[in-house]
Design a protein around this ligand. Structure first.
Ligand SMILES: [Zn+2]
Ligand SMILES: [Zn+2]
Length: 170
């Protein structure tokens, strides 16, 4: 369902959308041995306050940019699986161990890229924050929408439409 929504929006916006987003975006891990490229607009930017993200980022929350898998490529190096080695696959640089992106279980059409991997990442602002129940009491992100845990499936469609209209841009 999300796949077809994305195809529709690309058809509607086409090249204009690519220009608007200043694509492609390039990025890399801490040591730069693994390089990535994004060639399609994101459908969401997020902060996750869950304890798992706190541990993997060694910080208060993770920042991610969700993009269609077809618009994402590893251009240099070969990332390795890290994190929980479970259904959702967390990809890391084998040398510096940076957590670079996640292929979420059950969402084959999308990749969650860690926003801080982008060469130009300071424009990224979380549009949605999740797992607020696990957040540090002082950790605020300014996200437009917040949820105590992972919001139910029906929530995402409207949020993605709003994100297309007034989400952050590079
Ligand atoms: Zn590295
Ligand atoms: Zn998390």
């Amino acid at each position: 369902m999300r796949d077809s929504r994305m195809r529709d929006s690309r058809k509607r916006y086409g090249v204009a959308m690519t220009t608007e987003w200043k694509l492609p975006w390039n990025g890399g891990c801490r040591c730069d041995q693994v390089r990535i490229q994004i060639t399609q607009p994101p459908i969401m930017t997020m902060a996750c306050h869950c304890a798992g993200c706190q541990r993997m980022t060694a910080s208060a929350f993770s920042l991610s940019i969700m993009v269609p898998s077809a618009g994402f490529a590893v251009t240099t190096g070969e990332p390795v699986i890290g994190g929980l080695h479970g259904g959702s696959k967390h990809y890391h640089c084998g040398h510096c161990k940076s957590w670079m992106f996640t292929r979420p279980e059950g969402l084959d059409g999308f990749v969650n890229i860690r926003a801080t991997m982008l060469d130009d990442h300071l424009w990224v602002r979380p549009y949605v924050e999740v797992c607020r129940d696990e957040a540090f009491p002082w950790a605020t992100t300014g996200a437009a929408h917040g949820f105590p845990n992972i919001p139910p499936n029906g929530t995402w469609g409207p949020l993605m439409s709003q994100f297309l209209k007034d989400g952050p841009r590079p």
